[in-house]
Structures are given as structure tokens and as C-alpha cells.
Write a protein that binds this ligand. Sequence first.
Ligand SMILES: Nc1ncnc2c1ncn2[C@@H]1O[C@H](COP(=O)(O)OP(=O)(O)OP(=O)(O)O)[C@@H](O)[C@H]1O
Ligand SMILES: [Mg+2]
Length: 453
Amino acid sequence: MKALIIDDEPGIRLALGHFMLGRGYEILEASSGSAGLALARTELPDIVFLDRKLPDMDGEALLHPLTSPEIGASVVIMTAYVELDEAVQAMKNGAEYYFPKPLDLEHISVILERLEEKLKLKNEIGHFRRLSELDGEDVIVGDSPHIIRIQRLVSLLAKNITTPVLILGESGCGKEMVAKSIHKQSDCKGPMVEINCASLSESLLESELFGHEKGAFTDAKKTKTGLFEVAQNGTVFLDEIAEMPLPIQAKLLKVLDSRTFRRVGGIADLKTNARFMAATNKDIAALVRNGLFREDLFYRLNVLPITVPPLRERGRDVIMLAEFFVKRLGESMGKVGMKISSEVLEQLQHFRWPGNVRELKNIIERMLILAPAGEILREHLPSEIRRGASSVKDWPDPADLRSLRQVEEEYIVHVLKMTGNNHSHAAVRLGISRSTLLARLKIMKSGGSNSDM
Ligand SMILES: Nc1ncnc2c1ncn2[C@@H]1O[C@H](COP(=O)(O)OP(=O)(O)OP(=O)(O)O)[C@@H](O)[C@H]1O
Ligand SMILES: [Mg+2]
């Protein structure tokens, strides 16, 4: 579950963040109302801790957008000046609770237990993600013939909003980015909502897509609007479509053909004018041959498929992308004007990039942390890349060889130091989830596991 803390006091963010992390939450932070709202729109937190007095606005002004169906967060207000009637008013306006500052963590624990019970129920029926169109990362960087062809297809498909879009390609190669780009260029007024078909059970996925009527099943306490309704005038992005269970595939095909659907347990035919896009890194044609994906749905989606090639086949795009990320990430990290040495560029160019653009982006971010200022040099390259491009003579002497685990652990410690021991930031820099980082730290503290790494 995700908790967003909107408070301009770093001390509160730190203490509350630490406390919530301990309860297993993923933590997001913002120091102003506008930044908090922007983050909430893209990240859809479950709980928002909202300071009453923010530098740019009165926290209560955010109550409405944060609790609206678009974001649907449970909001807890925090304030140094608690007045009973204000608290009552805030709760009438949709706040779940009103905490006086300084925060009493025991008090918060009790309220959270109650809230978590509610959230559990809600989360079982709320798994889609609204993709931001404003994150500035929707420029498809590259000028290889592949990418130029994709850019052309993107503008073509943007004009034909009734044609479904199927995007194929290895993990991390930019499928979601292509989908966002089509959505953005098509100038439709509705939102773009994504759902990962691999992450939900069949019944959950169905109720996410179609919605359900109150009482359709035991936990359906309220009527729920599904993705097809939420994405009205916009885009439904079905990620990992190859994992969609066959019965849902059949229902999806009907929606694509008739443009109508029924909520689970409903009898009314509802209309949808959402654009459908789907992506997968699987060989979907092979799945069709083996009866694991419906042939008719495949043909319906496969009108003008876009295959995003792996990064290793895109020639000098690697360099363009590296320079783009150095600039873009450098700006967000306060390291403006950084350059990459030509030797590093050459090594990046020769690496195989099994994790594609996502891996390149993560590595540039790591190197930006490691390089003090000015230029990114060979010594800042991760060893796997240096090794890939260098000869055996550049490797350490046998006496200095360390295990992969040792190297990883040293690197984790290093990144933690660089990020002031902030687990969230360190996890982002390392390209792993916060929970993976915490699990690794636990293993490191206990002196390692039985793994043979
Ligand atoms: N051509 C590109 N130009 C700029 N950024 C890119 C490009 N391609 C990918 N990226 C960036 O790389 C990262 C991974 O891309 P994306 O999420 O679109 O990959 P994906 O193919 O959907 O991956 P997965 O299969 O794991 O879901 C994102 O941060 C994206 O913004
Ligand atoms: Mg993706």
C-alpha cells in the first residue's frame, strides 16, 4: 500500500515516513500542496497524510480532489492548531481523521488499523493506474530507422482512434511510452488508464475492467465503476495482455466489437468509447498457435501492431538516449551540465542491454550519483558494462576478485550513503523496489543468506 505525506516540515515527513515504512507502506513525499496533488494523481496513494497549513495553500483545499473518485485516497489531516469544529468540518468534507501535532504515533496506529481494514476491502476492487500525461517523458528519443518508423505509426494511430493498438517488445524497451505517446497525440479529452492483466485474479480483473453492481458478490458493498467507464473519451491500456485469462479475452472481444458492456451483476448495456491499447513482451502469435490466446482477439488487436525493437538493435540511439537521460535526470537531481566522456559512450554503445531502455536509464542515474561534477568517466561505469567492453587485462587480479554479492552489498551501502540513508531514494537509484531494498538490508545485517551468489 502507498502512503503520501504532504507536509512542508521535513521532520514530520521523516518521522511519519519511517513509521509507515515500518508498517509495510511504500512512502511518497511532497513538501507543497501542488506537488502533493500532482504526485497523488500519478501514484494513486491509498492514504494521504495532509498538513493543514501548506506553504502554497490551505491543506483542506486538497480534500476534495484527493478523495474524488479520480484519486480515491483516504485522507488524514494533521494540524498544529486543532479546533473541534474545524475537525468536524474537515471530516464532513471527506477527511478520515484529524490529528493534532505533535503526532502521537500510538494514536495514529489505532486509527490506521481501522483505516487499513477499510482499505483492504477497497483495494480488492481498485487496481488500475492512471498514467500521467504530464511527466515529460513522452518524447520517444531516437533516430534509428526503427524509431522513425514507430514515430510515424504513432502519429498515424493517433488519428485513428477506433483502431485498437497492440504493442510488442522486450521488457523495458518502451512499450508503455509508445502507448502514452499515441494517447497524447490523439488529443482525446479522457484519461489514460492502465491495468496489468498479469497481476490480478480472473474475477478481480473482470470487476476492474467491467465494474460491478452493488451486491454482485459478497464484498461488493458499493457499485463500482470499471475501467471501460473511467476511460470514457480516453484510453484503456491493457498491459501484459498475454496473461489475460481466456474467459475475459472472450468478453473483451465482445466489447471491442459492440462497444457495449455490462457491469458484473448488471443488466444494463453501457456504452464505451474508450480507445483500446494492449502490450506484451510475450510471443503472442506463438501463444495463439498453442491455444493459450484467442485467435479472434489476436486478429482484432493486431491490425497495425507496433514492435518496439530491443535497444541493442537501435544503433546510435543508445548514445542519444544516454545523453537525453543525463540531461533530464541531471536536471531533476540538481546536476546540470554533466557530460559523458566519449570512452563511456563507446562502452554503452557496445553493451547488450538485456533490460533495454529502462536499464540504460537506471545506469545513467547511478553514474550521475557517482560522478562528482563535470564529466561521467569510465570509473563510474558499472563493472558489468566495463567488463563487456573491455579485455581481460582490465579485470582485477585474481586475488582481488570479489563475489557478486560483495560488490552488490558495497554498492548498496554506497548508494545509501549518497542518499543520506533515505531508503526510498536509494531504492529508486538502485532500480529496485523499496521492499526489495529492505529485504536485502535485512539479509546484510544478519550476515548473508544461504544463496550462493
Ligand atoms: N525511446 C525512448 N525515449 C525516452 N525514454 C524512453 C524511451 N523508451 C523507453 N524510455 C523510458 O524507459 C523506461 C521504460 O520504458 P517503458 O516503461 O515504456 O517500457 P516497457 O516496454 O513498457 O517495459 P515493461 O515490459 O517492463 O513493462 C521508462 O522510464 C521510459 O520513459
Ligand atoms: Mg510496461
